[in-house]
Design a protein around this ligand. Structure first.
Ligand code: KIV
Length: 262
């Protein structure tokens, strides 16, 4: 009989860092994509608030609500047997106070079925991270290009110069607050390498070079499904968007010409 896949748990990710084994993460927003990524053997699935852009067609992640995240997390959870499911905390669901953060993270765990939450920010988020961890909610941090601060950052731009130099301290603060891992987004490769060496928790890079303990990509970017814009660091593993258009055209021709159905 085929063995059920063993679920990935948070200590497994810490152990992978210790062994020098790379951690793989992709985003998903629905049960079908989650099932396919899970079947491929991905270690963790992030239900990112990137869903605002790639699923909802919004210009930034700022319009994403907690209800949207709960809804999509529940779908991803249903499609997942193996991967660790991590849900993003959207804008204004954790910045407004510790009680709000507990209630909102709690909904992602209780109603969405996530095993952990991710939230943006270094020092500014440390108190929230510590409180969530204290009550048993695992937290992944996220520093560097934090899309919820897009207006303050002046766009989706790589973090460089003085801002990049401060990141090691921010990363240390996130670790001290109790996070089990940290996303490093769009930062210089050498800064990510240093953070990865200094921290004991895994670093998961996106546009942060090859030295992180793991990598995450937005699946719709990696699979060629989202073509509004492609961040420069993305590797396209497929051109599924083109294939969808080609298949849909073939279907339209078939129906119009009477080739389908027979
Ligand atoms: O929302 C998201 O998908 C993310 C990843 C890009 C890390 O935060």
């Amino acid at each position: 009989m085929k063995q059920a896949p063993k679920p990935v748990r948070i200590p497994d990710l810490l152990e992978m860092k210790r062994r020098g084994e790379k951690i793989t993460v992709l985003t998903a927003y629905d049960a079908t994509m989650a099932r396919l990524l899970d079947c491929a053997g991905i270690d963790a699935i992030l239900v990112g608030d990137s869903l605002g852009m790639v699923i909802m067609g919004q210009e930034t992640t700022l319009e994403v609500t907690l209800d949207m995240m709960v809804h999509h997390t529940r779908a991803v959870r249903r499609g997942t047997k193996h991967a660790l499911v991590i849900a993003d905390m959207p804008f204004l669901t954790f910045q407004t106070g510790l009680d709000d953060a507990v209630r909102n993270a709690g909904r992602l765990i209780q109603e969405g079925g996530a095993a952990a939450v991710k939230l943006e920010g270094g020092r500014a988020s440390a108190e929230v991270i510590a409180r969530l961890v204290e009550i048993g909610i695992p937290v992944m941090g996220h520093i560097g290009l934090t899309p919820q601060s897009v207006h303050q950052l002046g766009g989706f731009k790589k973090i460089a110069g003085a801002a990049a130099e401060k990141l090691l301290e921010e990363a240390r603060t996130v670790q001290q607050a109790g996070a089990f891992g940290i996303v490093l987004e769009s930062i210089p490769s050498e800064v990510a390498a240093e953070i990865t060496q200094v921290l004991t928790i895994p670093t998961i890079g996106i546009g942060a070079g090859p030295h992180c303990d793991g990598q995450v990509l937005v699946s719709y970017d990696a699979l060629g499904l989202f073509d509004e814009f492609t961040p420069p660091f993305v590797k396209r593993y497929a051109e599924m968007g083109k294939e969808v258009v080609r298949s849909a055209r073939e279907y339209i021709d078939d129906v119009r010409s009477g080739r389908f159905p027979k």
